[in-house]
Design a protein around this ligand. Structure first.
Ligand SMILES: C[S@@+](CC[C@H](N)C(=O)[O-])C[C@H]1O[C@@H](n2cnc3c(N)ncnc32)[C@H](O)[C@@H]1O
Length: 268
């Protein structure tokens, strides 16, 4: 939904958020400011919902089905539209960050910054920890679909900046680095020392995923957590876990088999 474009999503947005739509149309708010407002509202809704669910803070220890149940309770399919932007993947990142209380988190793949905001929101609640996020510079953003799956997505307008949806109040714990993750990661991981959590959500090609998993996993402290979105796109995640003899849990976002994310807790 970009200003000036009348589409089903822009009409839906206006019906759900008439005040923001008016401020956008009259030029009182920029599109990036609207995105930040939506994410702030979503985060508050997420905090309220998840706080009412027993045991959610033990999310790392829960069986796979119980994690899916928690996420369904937080964001029921039928009520997804009440959340402007954040989905079950983001709710999971919020919960796991809250549960793990990490000191240093590294993520690849930022786009508008929804996953970054979910992690940063939890770090803020924890009162500790920093997030380093990596993405390509805006001019290198593109969308690539293979076999009906988005193996790469990019910003849909050069008027938007990477991570623009992250609320300003959450940015003091955030470092955003732009470049190819495989070029940047060795240097960044060397700089920050052992990390508590690594999140892959950049380019979902086998070789790229494998390379990121290796770099992220080797940088993890003992009992650190490796997370990947979209593990059903190819066998990189399962191959990686098998070759490292790690147990993992895969979580369904929606109905499609390829719509899964996963995590492992490093065994040593
Ligand atoms: C699926 S989006 C990230 C979505 C975000 N994690 C979220 O949940 O809101 C994937 C992002 O990865 C970035 N990306 C793709 N290839 C990359 C690469 N080689 N290095 C760094 N980032 C990359 C894209 O520019 C895009 O912004």
């Amino acid at each position: 939904m970009l200003p000036g474009k009348l589409s089903r999503s822009s009409i839906g947005f206006s019906l759900h958020h008439p005040r923001l739509a008016f401020q956008l149309l009259t030029g009182h708010l920029s599109y990036e400011e609207v995105l930040r407002e939506l994410i702030s509202q979503d985060l508050q809704l997420l905090r309220n919902r998840i706080g009412s669910i027993p045991h959610w803070r033990n999310i790392l220890e829960l069986p796979q089905e119980s994690i899916e149940e928690v996420l369904r309770l937080v964001i029921p399919g039928s009520q997804e539209s009440r959340f402007g932007k954040l989905n079950r993947w983001h709710a999971f990142l919020y919960a796991i960050t809250n549960s793990l209380r990490p000191k240093i988190v590294v993520e690849t793949g930022v786009l508008y910054g929804h996953s970054s905001a979910a992690v940063l929101g939890a770090l803020e609640d924890n009162g500790t920890g920093v997030l380093v996020s990596l993405d390509l510079p805006t001019m290198e953003h593109q969308s690539t679909i293979v076999d009906g799956k988005y193996i790469q997505v990019g910003l849909n307008s050069d008027r938007l900046s990477v991570g623009c949806a992250v609320p300003l109040i959450l940015r003091s714990r955030w470092s955003l680095r732009l470049g190819n993750s495989l070029d940047l990661l060795p240097k960044i991981l060397g700089e920050v020392g052992p990390i508590s959590m690594f999140i892959h959500d950049s380019l979902h090609r086998y070789d790229h995923m494998m390379a990121e998993f290796h770099l992220g996993y080797n940088a993890l402290e003992p009992r650190g957590v490796l997370v990947s979105d979209d593990i059903g796109y190819n066998s990189a995640w399962s191959d990686f876990c098998e070759s490292n003899k790690e147990n993992w849990k895969g979580i369904s976002k929606y109905r499609e088999a390829h719509d899964k994310f996963a995590f492992l807790v490093k065994s040593q």
